[in-house]
Write a protein that binds this ligand. Sequence first.
Ligand SMILES: Nc1nc2c(ncn2[C@@H]2O[C@H](COP(=O)(O)OP(=O)(O)OP(=O)(O)O)[C@@H](O)[C@H]2O)c(=O)[nH]1
Length: 241
Amino acid sequence: MSNNSSNFLLLPIPEVPVLDYLHNRNVKIVVLGARKVGKTALIVRFLTKRFIGDYEPNTGALYSRQISIDGDQISLQVQDTPCANQGDGDDSRNPDVITRSLHWADGFVFVFSLTDPESWKALRPLHQQIRKIYPNTRLPFVLIGNKADLPHARQVETNEGIQLVNEIGGTYFEVSARENYNEVYDAFHQVCQEASKTMGSNNGEKRRGLLLARPKSPNMQDLGRRLKQALSSKVKSTTSV
Ligand SMILES: Nc1nc2c(ncn2[C@@H]2O[C@H](COP(=O)(O)OP(=O)(O)OP(=O)(O)O)[C@@H](O)[C@H]2O)c(=O)[nH]1
């Protein structure tokens, strides 16, 4: 077997079929928040409808799915991030993943726990970091106060969530990943819908010159680019014969 064909055999099998990936709109959402606020639980709930109680500490997984938004097929990628600053001295957990994700995103889901005021406070500095990257662009945001099923442990009031969302822009949702799929779905659907609309109005391009590759594999953009390159070199060699 030639070297060329073995290169193709080494490509990972993507969850999104490659041709769909190339043709559909590609929406990239980043989920941010302090540790243990339920980021992974929310993403998994949105994508699978299931609540799974315990996860390994987050190291920045990327989830890819096809979803339908307003009748359009969207290739959705959701980036779970390791953590946001919580003043716990553990900001060393992949700060690079967070910074790169901020550049990569088309929309953001900010998460705090209604039982943890520190997780609410951690979001402001994160938002300031995003404003520095995009001083003139308002990307879609939703703010989620999670763990609404624990009213006895609640320490952040609804008006504090509203106050924060008024500062950062976007919509505020109070949800329980554990108990309510519909609210979780509404929050994620909203940010996907807004990101998709924004991309539609910009011809699929978010902002020229600021696009960075996602930090970790599986890198679907790279896969798409490599496939396009392979196809175009095939066309070139055919036409030059
Ligand atoms: N009661 C309750 N517990 C929840 C809810 N969502 C998540 N949890 C729990 O909160 C804990 C943390 O959830 P994760 O999804 O791992 O949180 P994370 O933000 O991804 O955490 P890191 O990996 O540290 O970044 C787990 O024990 C979950 O079972 C919820 O809506 N209600």
